[in-house]
Design a protein around this ligand. Structure first.
Ligand code: ATP
Ligand code: MG
Length: 424
């Protein structure tokens, strides 16, 4: 046999069984955001490399080492999208969705980052995200967070995720803080690891993010971002907290939460879980008031988040919260004889019309009656509908219960349809 070609490392297939879980997750996500009036936006998977360099920031993990960047046949530098926010802003600008407008948008799809694959971290992964444009006030930050809390409720995992919150303040406040932080880091330079030393000058706030316990120990005495917040950002944050309190949403203010991307200001948040090991952030987001303008649009405030769908699915599986999955088939049609075999799909069509949503498999591939019933048993179906000569003549079907001991019964098609309605 020829040697099989394997998938690219860190890029996974999603096969039947798994796809059912994903479809369920996707539909809960879709329905929940629709209940807040959000609309779907779809954009390409490949974009100009410049888009990500200009938005995410040159000195971030993503742009420095994680992007799948290549030259196409014209010599243009293209990149497989590592995240959705920049693309959403690009698409919003290009399609005139953002100019003097308010938008509540969501997207879902694959993202690509060249990272070390491990549980909850892949090279092709999927994000569900939403982005809201045109609102400056903290009511919308609160709405976005309340919406995520409702998602956890819908998935039955509220007890297992916790919200961390911080404010990065205005760009000016952040710049001031950056100076203070760099001064502090310089005084403690000997205690820093290589990564932190490198980031100290390029992206010092990221040092706060360090996973190294020695670095974290030093940071206990670092100047605090909250002490540098501008008045307006303080009020904005206080208003957000008040709204979350009113909505009964618990949070922890984490002063070290800075997020890895350059474009955030004011509100940043993460939903984290202890149930997934090191890859504990399920959903992360914040405000990015400068990005629309930075990408060539008219200055437009914005806030959003992205959720790692693999992590969400893992969490649901880990916590046994996947819930019921719809049967892949309700009915299996077996036919005895050539004439019945030709009529079987015709009868199936009639039943599909009479019973919207019913899932019917019509036996294919020939074989005797015993083989057909074996297939029926192997399927998910609750009933086998048997069509033989006499059934054909009388426009009837014989219903055999596959999952419990019950007499089989021969019914008119209409009666059968009534019975099948109970399965949908
Ligand atoms: P991390 O700190 O885990 O690397 P991040 O800060 O790089 O996350 P974001 O860019 O904020 O992540 O993306 C939002 C969410 O997308 C993350 O919280 C996570 O759930 C998910 N995510 C990010 N990178 C990956 C990946 N390589 N594989 C699977 N999920 C991912
Ligand atoms: Mg990352």
């Amino acid at each position: 046999m020829a040697k099989q070609i394997q998938a690219v490392r860190g890029m996974n297939d999603c096969v039947p069984g798994d796809t059912q879980v994903w479809q369920k997750v996707e539909s809960i996500l879709r329905e929940t955001v629709a209940s807040y009036g959000y609309q779907e936006i779809r954009f390409p998977i490949v974009e100009s490399t410049d888009l990500f360099k200009r938005s995410i920031g040159e000195v971030t993990d993503i742009v420095e080492k994680e992007m799948y960047t290549f030259e196409d046949r014209n010599g243009d530098s293209l990149t497989l999208r590592p995240e959705g926010t920049a693309v959403c802003v690009r698409a919003g600008n290009q399609n005139g969705l953002l100019y003097n407008q308010e938008q509540r948008l969501w997207y879902m799809g694959p993202m690509f980052r060249h990272e070390r694959p491990q549980k909850g971290r892949y090279r092709q992964f999927h994000q569900f995200g939403l982005e809201v444009f045109g609102f400056e006030t903290a009511d919308i930050d609160a709405e976005v967070i309340i919406l995520t809390a409702r998602l956890w409720q819908a998935f039955g995992i509220s007890e297992h995720v916790r919200l961390e919150l911080n404010s990065l303040g205005s760009n000016e406040a952040r710049a001031q803080y950056r100076d203070a932080l760099v001064a502090f880091l310089e005084q403690n330079i000997d205690a820093l690891d290589e990564d932190s030393k490198r980031r100290m000058h390029t992206n010092p706030l990221r040092v706060l993010d360090s996973k190294n316990p020695d670095v974290q120990a030093i940071l206990v005495n670092a100047p605090k971002l909250s002490e540098h917040l501008d008045e307006e950002s303080q009020q904005h944050f206080a208003n957000l907290c008040e709204r979350l309190d009113a909505a009964g949403i618990e949070y922890q203010v984490n002063e070290k939460l800075v997020r890895g991307l350059d474009y955030y200001n004011r509100t940043v948040f993460e939903w984290v879980t202890e149930s997934l090991g090191a890859q504990g952030t399920v959903c992360a987001g914040g405000r990015y008031d400068g990005l629309v303008e930075q990408l060539g649009g008219k200055a437009t405030p914005a806030v959003g988040f992205a959720m790692g769908m693999e992590r969400l699915v893992l969490l649901l599986q880990e916590l046994n919260c996947v819930g019921e999955i719809r049967r892949t088939s309700d009915v299996y049609i077996a036919a005895m004889g050539d004439a019945a075999s030709i009529q079987a799909p015709v009868i199936a069509e009639k039943l599909r019309a009479l019973v919207p949503g019913i899932r019917i498999i019509v036996h294919a591939g020939g074989g005797n009656f015993k083989k057909q019933l074996k297939r029926a048993d192997k399927s998910d179906a609750v009933y086998a509908l048997i069509i033989g000569e006499s059934e054909l003549e009388n426009n009837q079907v014989t219903v055999k219960h596959l999952r419990e001991h019950q007499e089989q019964q021969t019914l008119d098609l209409d009666q059968a349809a009534e019975l099948l309605k109970g399965l949908v």
